[in-house]
Design a protein around this ligand. Sequence first.
Ligand code: MCA
Ligand code: AMP
Length: 500
Amino acid sequence: MNPLFDTLTRAAAPGDRFLERPDGSLIRYGDLPGLTGRLANVLSDQGVRPGDRVAVQVEKSPENLLLYLAVIRAGAVFLPLNTAYTRAELAYFIGDAEPALVVCDPSAAAGIREIAGEARVLTLDAGGRGGLMELAEKQADAFETVARETSDLAAICYTSGTTGRSKGAMLTHGNLVANARTLVDLWRFTADDVLIHALPIYHVHGLFVATNVIMAAGAAMIFRAKFDAAEVLSLMPRATSLMGVPTFYTRLLDQPGLTPEACAGMRLFISGSAPLLAETHRAFEARTGQRILERYGMTETGMNTSNPYGGERVAGTVGPPLPDVALRIADPDTGAALPAGEIGMIEVKGPNVFAGYWRMPEKTASEFRPGGWFITGDLGKIDEAGYVQIVGRGKDLIISGGLNVYPKEVEVEIDALPGVVESAVIGLPHADFGEAVTAVIATGGKTGLSEETVLSALSERLARFKQPKRVLFVDDLPRNAMGKVQKALLRETHADLYGA
Ligand code: MCA
Ligand code: AMP
């Protein structure tokens, strides 16, 4: 038994559609044993053993997804990496995870070989070609699926932290299977569904929420390399559902063609990864007659809460906890549970909650309360009807277009630049990205540093989405009586910077 591979590949009949490529050609469920078998044979030939990590930083393609399935089938651990990460960022992930194999774009291969250490390096390009697929073509279809326990690791997903050092969240077969099955039932996915898949597959949302749910239901997806609002709108007549970050929905609202007729065949629009403004929820309903279903999750936990399918979808809330997830609001300092209506730390427990941070036992221990409650870092409350509302973050985090940016990581890079006394990185309201990463730099009254110099220095060090959209200069940062930088005051002062 291989819990995740079996769950993903056994729900459909062999002739059922699995994935439609941009050129209209299809991969059917019945093609998967051979396609993943050939790739799993390559992995095995390359020395990848059960439990080994396979790090993957490639453009989104169906072959990238097949590689994910092959890694799971071979009993190895999938380690997806955002394509925007720079070589400096990659060096850390590879050093920390010590993968047996790194799969990357051909254009990055030479650079990655320099930092790959003992790991083998294979290539896969945006068109699904490269050294990996050349080797796969020479392999046999047959591969004996490696048996795994539910407690075995299926994936490691890196998530940044408030200290600036990324942590690898270890997700087990059991975590991913439990969450996929729960969501299939809750969102009523069946083999008749067709999902427009326009999210990246290097994060939990596009990989585990979208792909795993579709496969566990034996449903199909129309697969696109990236989100394009006009294209997604044009696909709706052939689809039943869409999963996206709030930016998808604000960009769809900018499309004049977004009408009730255009969405008539769609049964479900799901939003998550960042707060969906109640205003967007209402505007979308006014334009289409459909109420977006908002849910809430984390890399470490998969999905925790969801608005109901059949019941009331309340704008500005993320709905009740999933049926197999226990959720409580606790005093952030003492961990004591708080009564309904009070604001506190959201803590969760359930089969979805990860197995800890890779090689960081102390960090793992500090994120759990006695009794096994995982501290999410999100602040919220639960109303009388059991709906959870997220009211803020206990962690210093910016979410830009659904991607997380920890200010500390950006501040460390800025503070290392000559002429910078110190910096504060904040998120400011932005119509497209929700929040825009913004740097406020204290120069101590000296001049000479420009926005361009700072941005060009950061471009080699930080992924594009982490780089500030604007850089502001001040003599000194505002501080409170305790000497702490007043980020709230900075956010207030510059709230209109992007005119959102
Ligand atoms: C692209 N850029 C961004 C972002 N994306 N800048 C800030 N934040 C971003 N998210 C940069 C580009 O590099 C480009 O820079 C410029 O902004 C404009 O690019 P544009 O073409 O408009 O962007 P895009 O390619 O259309 O991408 C926007 C996007 C995309 C569609 C919102 O970022 C996206 O698909 N986000 C989804 C992320 C996601 O899957 N999150 C889930 C994480 P330049 O002009 O300089 O080249 S999992 C999670 O959070 C949990 C588990 C959960 O609950 O789901
Ligand atoms: P990640 O690092 O990708 O796991 O990001 C998870 C974080 O995204 C959560 O801890 C929340 O702060 C945020 N998040 C996810 N979904 C929602 C949502 N529907 N509303 C508000 N915040 C969300």
